[in-house]
Design a binder for this molecule. Structure first.
Ligand SMILES: Nc1nc2c(ncn2[C@@H]2O[C@H](COP(=O)(O)OP(=O)(O)OP(=O)(O)O)[C@@H](O)[C@H]2O)c(=O)[nH]1
Ligand SMILES: [Mg+2]
Length: 393
Protein backbone atom coordinates (compact mmCIF):
# COMPACT_ATOMS: atom_id res chain seq x y z
CA UNK A 1 0.00 0.00 0.00
CA UNK A 2 2.85 2.36 0.90
CA UNK A 3 4.57 1.43 -2.37
CA UNK A 4 1.34 2.16 -4.31
CA UNK A 5 1.07 5.61 -2.66
CA UNK A 6 4.72 6.31 -3.45
CA UNK A 7 4.22 5.48 -7.17
CA UNK A 8 1.08 7.65 -7.42
CA UNK A 9 2.91 10.51 -5.75
CA UNK A 10 5.84 10.20 -8.14
CA UNK A 11 3.50 10.24 -11.20
CA UNK A 12 1.70 13.37 -9.90
CA UNK A 13 5.03 15.16 -9.36
CA UNK A 14 6.21 14.16 -12.80
CA UNK A 15 2.99 15.48 -14.44
CA UNK A 16 3.35 18.71 -12.54
CA UNK A 17 6.92 19.20 -13.73
CA UNK A 18 5.88 18.53 -17.36
CA UNK A 19 2.94 20.97 -17.13
CA UNK A 20 5.18 23.65 -15.64
CA UNK A 21 7.82 23.25 -18.37
CA UNK A 22 5.18 23.52 -21.15
CA UNK A 23 3.91 26.73 -19.60
CA UNK A 24 7.40 28.19 -19.46
CA UNK A 25 8.01 27.20 -23.05
CA UNK A 26 4.83 29.00 -24.27
CA UNK A 27 5.66 32.21 -22.47
CA UNK A 28 9.36 32.29 -23.42
CA UNK A 29 11.15 33.33 -26.72
CA UNK A 30 9.73 31.64 -29.80
CA UNK A 31 11.82 28.92 -31.39
CA UNK A 32 13.89 29.94 -34.44
CA UNK A 33 12.32 28.58 -37.57
CA UNK A 34 14.34 27.04 -40.32
CA UNK A 35 13.56 28.90 -43.48
CA UNK A 36 11.72 26.84 -45.95
CA UNK A 37 13.95 25.43 -48.57
CA UNK A 38 13.82 27.48 -51.80
CA UNK A 39 12.15 24.70 -53.69
CA UNK A 40 9.30 24.82 -51.22
CA UNK A 41 9.02 28.58 -51.77
CA UNK A 42 8.76 28.11 -55.49
CA UNK A 43 6.19 25.45 -55.15
CA UNK A 44 4.12 27.75 -53.02
CA UNK A 45 3.99 30.36 -55.84
CA UNK A 46 1.01 30.37 -58.18
CA UNK A 47 1.71 28.07 -61.09
CA UNK A 48 1.18 30.76 -63.76
CA UNK A 49 1.93 34.30 -62.62
CA UNK A 50 -0.14 37.00 -64.34
CA UNK A 51 1.57 38.81 -67.17
CA UNK A 52 2.23 42.40 -66.17
CA UNK A 53 3.11 45.01 -68.76
CA UNK A 54 6.55 46.43 -68.00
CA UNK A 55 6.50 49.91 -66.63
CA UNK A 56 7.80 52.68 -68.80
CA UNK A 57 11.55 52.82 -68.56
CA UNK A 58 12.02 49.29 -67.30
CA UNK A 59 13.80 47.00 -69.72
CA UNK A 60 11.51 44.48 -71.41
CA UNK A 61 11.55 40.98 -70.06
CA UNK A 62 13.63 38.39 -71.82
CA UNK A 63 11.56 36.63 -74.47
CA UNK A 64 10.48 33.18 -73.42
CA UNK A 65 12.10 30.61 -75.61
CA UNK A 66 9.92 27.61 -76.07
CA UNK A 67 11.90 24.56 -76.88
CA UNK A 68 10.22 22.61 -79.63
CA UNK A 69 9.41 19.07 -78.67
CA UNK A 70 10.72 17.87 -82.04
CA UNK A 71 13.15 19.65 -84.40
CA UNK A 72 11.33 21.72 -87.06
CA UNK A 73 12.82 21.52 -90.58
CA UNK A 74 12.02 24.69 -92.57
CA UNK A 75 11.93 24.37 -96.35
CA UNK A 76 11.12 27.54 -98.31
CA UNK A 77 7.66 27.24 -99.80
CA UNK A 78 7.64 28.03 -103.50
CA UNK A 79 4.93 30.15 -105.08
CA UNK A 80 2.66 28.77 -107.76
CA UNK A 81 2.58 31.56 -110.32
CA UNK A 82 -0.54 32.20 -112.32
CA UNK A 83 -0.59 30.65 -115.81
CA UNK A 84 -0.23 33.19 -118.61
CA UNK A 85 -3.43 32.05 -120.25
CA UNK A 86 -5.45 33.12 -117.23
CA UNK A 87 -4.07 36.62 -117.10
CA UNK A 88 -5.79 38.31 -119.97
CA UNK A 89 -9.16 38.82 -118.33
CA UNK A 90 -7.55 40.44 -115.32
CA UNK A 91 -5.37 42.60 -117.55
CA UNK A 92 -8.40 43.93 -119.36
CA UNK A 93 -10.21 45.02 -116.26
CA UNK A 94 -7.05 46.70 -114.92
CA UNK A 95 -6.59 48.62 -118.13
CA UNK A 96 -10.24 49.54 -118.56
CA UNK A 97 -10.22 51.32 -115.22
CA UNK A 98 -7.73 53.93 -116.39
CA UNK A 99 -7.84 53.75 -120.17
CA UNK A 100 -11.60 53.77 -120.70
CA UNK A 101 -11.59 57.54 -120.35
CA UNK A 102 -9.94 57.88 -123.77
CA UNK A 103 -12.75 55.92 -125.39
CA UNK A 104 -15.46 57.86 -123.54
CA UNK A 105 -13.86 61.18 -124.53
CA UNK A 106 -13.65 60.19 -128.18
CA UNK A 107 -17.21 58.88 -128.32
CA UNK A 108 -18.56 61.99 -126.69
CA UNK A 109 -16.91 64.10 -129.39
CA UNK A 110 -17.76 61.88 -132.34
CA UNK A 111 -21.39 61.61 -131.23
CA UNK A 112 -21.98 65.34 -131.53
CA UNK A 113 -24.67 66.40 -133.98
CA UNK A 114 -22.23 68.36 -136.07
CA UNK A 115 -18.69 67.16 -136.69
CA UNK A 116 -17.04 70.46 -137.55
CA UNK A 117 -13.37 71.51 -137.64
CA UNK A 118 -13.39 72.38 -133.95
CA UNK A 119 -14.66 68.95 -133.02
CA UNK A 120 -12.00 67.20 -135.11
CA UNK A 121 -9.38 69.35 -133.45
CA UNK A 122 -10.68 68.24 -130.08
CA UNK A 123 -10.46 64.63 -131.25
CA UNK A 124 -6.82 65.28 -132.17
CA UNK A 125 -6.13 66.84 -128.77
CA UNK A 126 -7.68 63.86 -127.01
CA UNK A 127 -5.44 61.45 -128.90
CA UNK A 128 -2.33 63.55 -128.31
CA UNK A 129 -3.11 63.74 -124.60
CA UNK A 130 -3.24 59.95 -124.58
CA UNK A 131 0.35 59.94 -125.91
CA UNK A 132 -0.60 58.63 -129.31
CA UNK A 133 2.06 60.82 -130.92
CA UNK A 134 1.65 63.43 -133.66
CA UNK A 135 2.16 61.10 -136.62
CA UNK A 136 -0.29 58.44 -135.47
CA UNK A 137 -2.84 61.04 -134.37
CA UNK A 138 -2.83 62.86 -137.70
CA UNK A 139 -3.15 59.60 -139.60
CA UNK A 140 -5.97 58.33 -137.39
CA UNK A 141 -7.98 61.54 -137.58
CA UNK A 142 -7.61 61.65 -141.36
CA UNK A 143 -8.90 58.10 -141.71
CA UNK A 144 -11.80 58.69 -139.33
CA UNK A 145 -12.86 61.87 -141.11
CA UNK A 146 -12.83 60.14 -144.48
CA UNK A 147 -14.73 57.09 -143.30
CA UNK A 148 -17.34 59.07 -141.39
CA UNK A 149 -17.99 61.15 -144.50
CA UNK A 150 -17.77 58.46 -147.17
CA UNK A 151 -19.60 55.72 -145.24
CA UNK A 152 -22.07 58.16 -143.61
CA UNK A 153 -21.45 56.64 -140.19
CA UNK A 154 -23.19 58.33 -137.28
CA UNK A 155 -24.43 55.88 -134.67
CA UNK A 156 -22.25 55.19 -131.61
CA UNK A 157 -22.02 51.53 -132.62
CA UNK A 158 -20.79 52.42 -136.10
CA UNK A 159 -18.28 54.89 -134.69
CA UNK A 160 -17.02 52.35 -132.23
CA UNK A 161 -16.46 49.82 -135.02
CA UNK A 162 -14.36 52.16 -137.16
CA UNK A 163 -12.43 53.51 -134.21
CA UNK A 164 -11.62 49.96 -133.14
CA UNK A 165 -10.59 48.95 -136.66
CA UNK A 166 -8.35 51.96 -137.17
CA UNK A 167 -6.68 51.67 -133.77
CA UNK A 168 -6.04 47.98 -134.38
CA UNK A 169 -4.45 48.69 -137.72
CA UNK A 170 -2.21 51.31 -136.08
CA UNK A 171 -1.14 48.94 -133.28
CA UNK A 172 -0.84 46.02 -135.66
CA UNK A 173 -3.02 43.02 -134.99
CA UNK A 174 -0.68 40.68 -136.89
CA UNK A 175 2.65 41.81 -135.43
CA UNK A 176 4.81 38.96 -134.07
CA UNK A 177 4.96 39.53 -130.32
CA UNK A 178 6.25 36.12 -129.31
CA UNK A 179 9.10 36.02 -126.81
CA UNK A 180 12.09 33.92 -127.76
CA UNK A 181 12.64 32.14 -124.47
CA UNK A 182 13.06 28.54 -125.62
CA UNK A 183 16.57 27.02 -125.71
CA UNK A 184 18.51 27.46 -128.93
CA UNK A 185 18.84 24.67 -131.50
CA UNK A 186 22.15 23.55 -129.92
CA UNK A 187 20.46 23.14 -126.53
CA UNK A 188 22.02 26.20 -124.90
CA UNK A 189 19.64 28.50 -123.01
CA UNK A 190 17.76 31.39 -124.54
CA UNK A 191 19.26 34.65 -123.28
CA UNK A 192 17.01 37.59 -122.41
CA UNK A 193 18.64 40.94 -121.62
CA UNK A 194 16.49 43.50 -119.79
CA UNK A 195 17.45 47.17 -120.21
CA UNK A 196 16.05 50.64 -119.58
CA UNK A 197 16.38 53.91 -117.68
CA UNK A 198 16.19 54.10 -113.88
CA UNK A 199 13.11 52.91 -112.08
CA UNK A 200 11.09 51.80 -115.08
CA UNK A 201 10.54 48.33 -113.64
CA UNK A 202 13.41 46.21 -115.06
CA UNK A 203 14.07 44.11 -111.98
CA UNK A 204 10.37 43.67 -111.32
CA UNK A 205 9.90 42.62 -114.93
CA UNK A 206 12.75 40.06 -114.67
CA UNK A 207 11.10 38.65 -111.57
CA UNK A 208 7.63 38.59 -113.08
CA UNK A 209 8.92 37.10 -116.32
CA UNK A 210 10.72 34.36 -114.39
CA UNK A 211 7.35 33.53 -112.84
CA UNK A 212 5.64 33.50 -116.25
CA UNK A 213 8.26 31.09 -117.57
CA UNK A 214 8.17 28.85 -114.50
CA UNK A 215 4.37 28.78 -114.71
CA UNK A 216 4.77 27.56 -118.28
CA UNK A 217 7.06 24.77 -117.11
CA UNK A 218 10.45 26.26 -117.98
CA UNK A 219 13.65 26.39 -115.96
CA UNK A 220 15.15 29.82 -115.40
CA UNK A 221 18.44 31.27 -114.17
CA UNK A 222 18.71 34.92 -113.22
CA UNK A 223 21.78 37.08 -113.78
CA UNK A 224 22.11 40.16 -111.55
CA UNK A 225 24.17 42.40 -113.82
CA UNK A 226 23.03 45.47 -111.88
CA UNK A 227 26.05 45.95 -109.67
CA UNK A 228 25.37 49.58 -108.79
CA UNK A 229 23.69 48.58 -105.53
CA UNK A 230 23.87 45.32 -103.60
CA UNK A 231 20.16 45.77 -102.94
CA UNK A 232 19.46 45.30 -106.66
CA UNK A 233 20.84 41.76 -106.58
CA UNK A 234 18.97 41.07 -103.33
CA UNK A 235 15.76 42.25 -104.95
CA UNK A 236 16.27 39.91 -107.91
CA UNK A 237 17.26 37.04 -105.64
CA UNK A 238 14.04 37.40 -103.66
CA UNK A 239 12.04 37.14 -106.87
CA UNK A 240 14.02 34.05 -107.89
CA UNK A 241 13.68 32.32 -104.54
CA UNK A 242 9.92 32.56 -104.71
CA UNK A 243 9.84 30.34 -107.78
CA UNK A 244 13.00 28.30 -107.24
CA UNK A 245 15.12 30.09 -109.87
CA UNK A 246 18.81 30.38 -108.98
CA UNK A 247 20.82 33.54 -109.44
CA UNK A 248 24.33 34.50 -110.44
CA UNK A 249 25.45 37.64 -108.66
CA UNK A 250 28.72 39.41 -108.01
CA UNK A 251 30.13 42.00 -105.66
CA UNK A 252 28.71 45.51 -105.52
CA UNK A 253 30.56 47.65 -108.04
CA UNK A 254 31.70 44.54 -109.95
CA UNK A 255 31.86 44.30 -113.72
CA UNK A 256 28.31 43.76 -115.03
CA UNK A 257 29.56 42.22 -118.27
CA UNK A 258 31.43 39.43 -116.49
CA UNK A 259 28.41 38.66 -114.30
CA UNK A 260 26.21 38.46 -117.39
CA UNK A 261 28.79 36.19 -119.06
CA UNK A 262 29.00 33.99 -115.98
CA UNK A 263 25.20 33.73 -115.80
CA UNK A 264 25.04 32.47 -119.37
CA UNK A 265 27.95 30.08 -118.71
CA UNK A 266 26.28 28.65 -115.59
CA UNK A 267 22.90 28.49 -117.31
CA UNK A 268 24.50 26.49 -120.11
CA UNK A 269 26.14 24.07 -117.66
CA UNK A 270 22.92 23.69 -115.69
CA UNK A 271 20.98 23.25 -118.96
CA UNK A 272 18.27 25.72 -118.02
CA UNK A 273 15.81 26.87 -120.67
CA UNK A 274 16.22 30.63 -120.18
CA UNK A 275 18.77 33.00 -118.67
CA UNK A 276 17.25 36.37 -117.69
CA UNK A 277 19.74 39.18 -117.17
CA UNK A 278 18.78 42.28 -115.22
CA UNK A 279 20.86 45.41 -115.82
CA UNK A 280 21.27 48.67 -113.94
CA UNK A 281 19.05 51.60 -114.80
CA UNK A 282 20.87 54.14 -116.96
CA UNK A 283 19.97 57.43 -118.52
CA UNK A 284 19.97 57.18 -122.29
CA UNK A 285 21.81 60.52 -122.35
CA UNK A 286 24.87 59.22 -120.43
CA UNK A 287 27.27 58.00 -123.07
CA UNK A 288 29.57 56.15 -120.66
CA UNK A 289 26.71 54.10 -119.23
CA UNK A 290 25.30 53.35 -122.65
CA UNK A 291 28.75 52.14 -123.77
CA UNK A 292 28.85 49.87 -120.72
CA UNK A 293 25.53 48.36 -121.77
CA UNK A 294 26.84 47.75 -125.26
CA UNK A 295 29.79 45.95 -123.71
CA UNK A 296 27.52 43.76 -121.58
CA UNK A 297 25.76 42.58 -124.72
CA UNK A 298 28.97 42.02 -126.67
CA UNK A 299 30.54 40.00 -123.85
CA UNK A 300 27.43 37.81 -123.53
CA UNK A 301 27.61 37.16 -127.26
CA UNK A 302 31.02 35.56 -126.85
CA UNK A 303 29.15 32.82 -125.03
CA UNK A 304 25.92 32.81 -127.01
CA UNK A 305 23.53 35.07 -128.92
CA UNK A 306 21.13 37.34 -127.06
CA UNK A 307 17.70 36.10 -128.13
CA UNK A 308 15.64 38.95 -126.69
CA UNK A 309 16.68 42.40 -125.65
CA UNK A 310 13.70 43.86 -123.82
CA UNK A 311 13.50 47.59 -123.26
CA UNK A 312 11.38 48.41 -120.21
CA UNK A 313 9.48 51.68 -120.59
CA UNK A 314 7.38 53.35 -117.93
CA UNK A 315 4.04 54.21 -119.57
CA UNK A 316 3.63 57.23 -117.34
CA UNK A 317 6.69 58.96 -118.81
CA UNK A 318 4.92 59.60 -122.09
CA UNK A 319 6.66 60.61 -125.28
CA UNK A 320 10.06 60.63 -123.60
CA UNK A 321 9.76 56.85 -123.82
CA UNK A 322 10.07 57.08 -127.58
CA UNK A 323 13.29 59.09 -127.27
CA UNK A 324 14.70 56.59 -124.76
CA UNK A 325 13.76 53.69 -127.00
CA UNK A 326 15.55 55.19 -129.97
CA UNK A 327 18.86 55.57 -128.10
CA UNK A 328 18.72 52.13 -126.50
CA UNK A 329 17.97 50.56 -129.87
CA UNK A 330 21.10 52.12 -131.34
CA UNK A 331 23.22 50.58 -128.59
CA UNK A 332 21.74 47.13 -127.99
CA UNK A 333 19.31 46.33 -130.79
CA UNK A 334 16.07 46.17 -128.80
CA UNK A 335 13.77 43.33 -129.92
CA UNK A 336 10.73 44.10 -127.78
CA UNK A 337 9.19 46.67 -125.45
CA UNK A 338 7.84 45.97 -122.00
CA UNK A 339 5.44 48.76 -121.13
CA UNK A 340 5.06 48.95 -117.36
CA UNK A 341 2.74 50.86 -115.04
CA UNK A 342 -0.09 50.91 -117.54
CA UNK A 343 -2.39 50.43 -114.55
CA UNK A 344 -1.41 53.87 -113.31
CA UNK A 345 -1.54 55.69 -116.63
CA UNK A 346 -4.42 56.90 -118.74
CA UNK A 347 -1.97 57.28 -121.63
CA UNK A 348 -2.03 53.94 -123.39
CA UNK A 349 -1.41 55.72 -126.68
CA UNK A 350 2.33 55.29 -126.03
CA UNK A 351 1.92 51.73 -127.33
CA UNK A 352 1.00 53.14 -130.71
CA UNK A 353 3.74 55.77 -130.88
CA UNK A 354 6.57 53.47 -129.75
CA UNK A 355 5.72 50.86 -132.32
CA UNK A 356 5.08 53.33 -135.06
CA UNK A 357 8.18 55.43 -134.54
CA UNK A 358 10.59 52.59 -133.98
CA UNK A 359 9.02 49.50 -135.47
CA UNK A 360 9.58 47.59 -132.21
CA UNK A 361 6.63 45.55 -130.95
CA UNK A 362 5.28 45.90 -127.44
CA UNK A 363 5.55 42.33 -126.18
CA UNK A 364 4.62 42.55 -122.51
CA UNK A 365 2.70 44.96 -120.36
CA UNK A 366 2.93 45.58 -116.63
CA UNK A 367 -0.38 46.33 -115.02
CA UNK A 368 0.44 46.45 -111.32
CA UNK A 369 2.92 45.75 -108.57
CA UNK A 370 1.64 42.25 -107.86
CA UNK A 371 3.93 39.32 -108.76
CA UNK A 372 1.67 38.13 -111.55
CA UNK A 373 0.73 41.56 -112.92
CA UNK A 374 2.65 41.09 -116.16
CA UNK A 375 0.86 39.91 -119.26
CA UNK A 376 1.65 39.24 -122.90
CA UNK A 377 0.46 42.16 -125.00
CA UNK A 378 -2.55 41.42 -127.16
CA UNK A 379 -3.64 44.13 -129.55
CA UNK A 380 -7.37 43.37 -129.55
CA UNK A 381 -7.73 43.17 -125.79
CA UNK A 382 -5.73 46.37 -125.50
CA UNK A 383 -7.84 48.31 -127.98
CA UNK A 384 -11.02 47.11 -126.27
CA UNK A 385 -9.61 48.36 -122.99
CA UNK A 386 -8.69 51.70 -124.57
CA UNK A 387 -12.20 52.14 -125.84
CA UNK A 388 -13.83 51.02 -122.61
CA UNK A 389 -16.87 48.83 -122.23
CA UNK A 390 -19.82 48.87 -124.60
CA UNK A 391 -21.87 50.00 -121.64
CA UNK A 392 -19.85 53.21 -121.53
CA UNK A 393 -21.22 54.30 -124.90
N1 LIG B 1 1.92 50.17 -110.64
C1 LIG B 1 2.94 49.50 -111.18
N2 LIG B 1 4.15 49.56 -110.59
C2 LIG B 1 5.16 48.88 -111.16
C3 LIG B 1 5.00 48.12 -112.35
N3 LIG B 1 6.21 47.58 -112.67
C4 LIG B 1 7.07 47.99 -111.71
N4 LIG B 1 6.47 48.77 -110.82
C5 LIG B 1 7.06 49.43 -109.64
O1 LIG B 1 8.07 50.32 -110.05
C6 LIG B 1 9.06 50.42 -109.03
C7 LIG B 1 10.44 50.25 -109.64
O2 LIG B 1 10.59 48.93 -110.08
P1 LIG B 1 12.00 48.24 -110.27
O3 LIG B 1 11.76 46.90 -110.89
O4 LIG B 1 12.83 48.25 -109.05
O5 LIG B 1 12.64 49.22 -111.34
P2 LIG B 1 14.08 49.13 -112.00
O6 LIG B 1 13.93 49.56 -113.41
O7 LIG B 1 14.68 47.80 -111.79
O8 LIG B 1 14.85 50.24 -111.16
P3 LIG B 1 16.45 50.51 -111.16
O9 LIG B 1 17.12 49.18 -111.11
O10 LIG B 1 16.67 51.34 -109.95
O11 LIG B 1 16.75 51.25 -112.41
C8 LIG B 1 8.71 49.36 -108.01
O12 LIG B 1 8.07 49.96 -106.94
C9 LIG B 1 7.77 48.44 -108.75
O13 LIG B 1 6.86 47.78 -107.89
C10 LIG B 1 3.67 48.10 -112.95
O14 LIG B 1 3.42 47.49 -113.99
N5 LIG B 1 2.69 48.80 -112.31
MG1 LIG C 1 16.48 47.27 -110.93
Amino acid sequence: MVLFLLIVGAVVVLLGVIAASVLVARRGTPPTRQPLPPVLHRRERPAAPPVVAPEAGTPPAEPVVQEPTAPVVQTPALDTPEKTSGRLARLRSRLSRSQGTLGRGLFALLSRDVLDEDTWEEVEDTLLTADMGVGATTELVQKLRTRVRVESLRTPEELRVILREELLSLIGADVDRSLRTLPKADGTPAVVLVVGVNGTGKTTTCGKLARVLVADGRTVLLGAADTFRAAAADQLQTWGERVGASIVRGPEGGDPASIAFEAVAQGTTAKVDTVLIDTAGRLHTKTGLMDELGKVKRVIERKGAVDECLLVLDATTGQNGVVQARVFTEVVDVTGIVLTKLDGSAKGGIVVSVQRELGIPVKLIGVGEGPDDLAPFEAEAFVDALLGDEAAL
